[in-house]
Write a protein that binds this ligand. Sequence first.
Ligand code: SF4
Length: 196
Amino acid sequence: MTHRDDSHTRAARMARLACRIRACRACALHRTRQHALAGEGSVSARIFLVALGPGAREDREGRMFVGPSGRVLDELLAAAGLERHRVFMSNLVKCRLPGNREPAEREVRTCGRHLAAEFRLVAPRVIVPLGFIATRAVFRMLALPPLTRAAFGGACGRIVSAHERKIVPLRHPSALLHGSRLKSAMLGNYARLVSC
Ligand code: SF4
């Protein structure tokens, strides 16, 4: 099978997975969502971003990072010489969390099956969890040592190796929506993706 055939096959399998995600009712979050968001981007991407869940606008429009955080994400990716279409982006929890609350353990476990399926199809070399909760969950999925909230700041931008992959925790772009105190550190950390 050529690389091109392989990409087409994976794209077709990803499209079927996306249909299953959009129709999913495996946990109670389906009752309050407008859209369940499947991952978006290149199925051949080297880099896979994992955010926490859809924001209000993402839930309304059914697309990843279309709200204010998306504009910040584009700027941060540009610092790494990247554009959205060259990465794959998905959420830990595919349906909106009412009131932006943290997901319950069972919601992460239940929805984690979709994320694990996306990981298998894309087979990225670099996984980039955005924010503490996504990072804690990705570490758990990959059987890495548990991460505390207090240790998260120090873990940002550091490369952790796991199962022939690199894990690079980063702050979520929304951290810059209410002030620019973290901006230069975040630009520097996102720029490290260039060398991964
Ligand atoms: S949050 Fe995940 S598991 Fe729950 S209904 Fe939505 S897609 Fe399904």
